[in-house]
Design a protein around this ligand. Sequence first.
Ligand SMILES: O=C(O)CCC(=O)C(=O)O
Ligand SMILES: [Fe+2]
Length: 573
Amino acid sequence: MKQTMDITKESTAESKVDYDRTKELKAFDDSKTGVKGLIDAGVDKVPKIFIRPPDELVEELKICQTSLQVPIIDLSGIEKEDRHEAVVQEVRIASEKWGFFQVVNHGIPCSVLDEMIDGIRMFHEQNPQLKKSYYTRDQMRRVRLETNYDLFQSRAANWRDTLSISMLVSDHLDPEEVPTACRASAIEYIKNVTKLGDTLFELLSKALGLKRDHLTTIECGGGRSFLGHYYPACPEPELTLGASKHSDPAFLTVVLQDQLGGLQVMHQNQWVDVQPIHGGLVIISNDKFRSVDHRVLANNVGPRISVPFFFSGAFATPKLYGPIKELITEQNPPLYRNFLKDKAKVDSSSVFGDFCCFSSGGGFDSKHVFCKLEIHFSHISCIHGQHHSFLDFCDGSCTQVLDIRSRRGIAKVLGTLVSLAGVMAMTLYKGPIVRELGHPFIHVHGKTSIKENWLKGSILTVASCISWSIWYIMQGVVMSGMVIFIQLWCTEKKGPVFVTMFNPLSTILVAVLAYFVFGERLYMGSIIGGVIVIVGLYLLLWGKEGDQQQQEMKPKVQSCSSYEEHKAPKEEP
Ligand SMILES: O=C(O)CCC(=O)C(=O)O
Ligand SMILES: [Fe+2]
């Protein structure tokens, strides 16, 4: 205890000394060699970016350690009816009280587990130059080496590096994608742990009082991902953590850990060590089954290796998850809203998307809501633009010749109506999602745990409106002036219908850009609507062409439009 006090004082004093954290984070990230690279370079002090903030260290003093033991459940013989029932009860109690338990005799051979740990060690200890090719912050890459996925957001970096293999979006894993150092072991382990997942979901379904296959039927076992953590020995373990306190945003996590220890779970406001068991696996369940806080200590002995495997629920097709209706009663009302889990949300979050709806009662991080809103706003404002096109047509028909008995006149009316129908189709009919054609250029990085924060979201949205307004005012003189000048010039040359009939294109452009640039979902309805809009646009253009010819033949058409009135004196010197 005394030692920790001193550390707190020391680090409080240290934190007063200013340093450019962003610059140091960037330099660390640019090295692409992670925490292992620091050790290889011989650092004997923990760099400041890893040092936990003083308030956290003070908080630490209030939480005592305990010798309580995380429950251990023996899965042997569960195929027999009575044993099965007994295990279901153990799983229920452990999940409700702890949200955390270890399993032994789970059917995965010890050799598969040992080889998996060796494979992760070999991956992290291979030639750094080879390893660097996997280093990325691009969450769209299925296989990546990352050190601290939230490096630039967290208060203190964690003392660990991670190999991450994501099967969130597509279940199929091409062996060639897996680094050679752990290819065979990872493929074998993933096969085994997926099977164990099925068994655990059956036990959890029954423990919840549901049909045996309930959780697998709603595809909780889908959306899998694999992490291979490497926690190097740390010269000053009291100052940092291997993994800071968090809860997992997955339905279920299975963690394979080596014999070094360091994983702790929060139970009754105390940190409890999860004692390593050779051949054992740690299971972390969720909510009614508690989603429990846990962390990993840094250690001056190392490396420690662990392999968490997450089951986050199906992503391939959008899927609605929510409180299980069979479990809702008057006494047990739903604590969380239903939420749609789909690929687009996975892309915009770093690892799992929004399962935290269950684990911590949240939804989307305001950052994600905000980014999504920006795209949707732009879409919606474009669709509103189409009504202008229609209104301008009505207005324009007063200013220009509209002979609905002629083919071109009919084309103009039809073109406008078809355009309008296209826009309505885009708005009202969604249809199936169009298959992904490639990775978007931009995607939104986020935290693993995404929490909805409506207050923050609303404040940010209002702030966005204000800043846009300021931006408009600032650029108004130059940009708006230019835009209006060009529009007036076009109106003068071609008339208002010609100018406004291009409005539908902006909807199409926004949809195309959002799909390719931001990785937004594209629905069949948008494509069909887009095609209809283009057909309408060209009908209108063809109709307009007739006007042009008529105008050339009869230059002095009587006009009731203010545009035309302004134009007339200029044309007649
Ligand atoms: O390394 C461990 O034992 C646990 C890691 C963990 O909690 C995580 O990756 O979410
Ligand atoms: Fe975790």
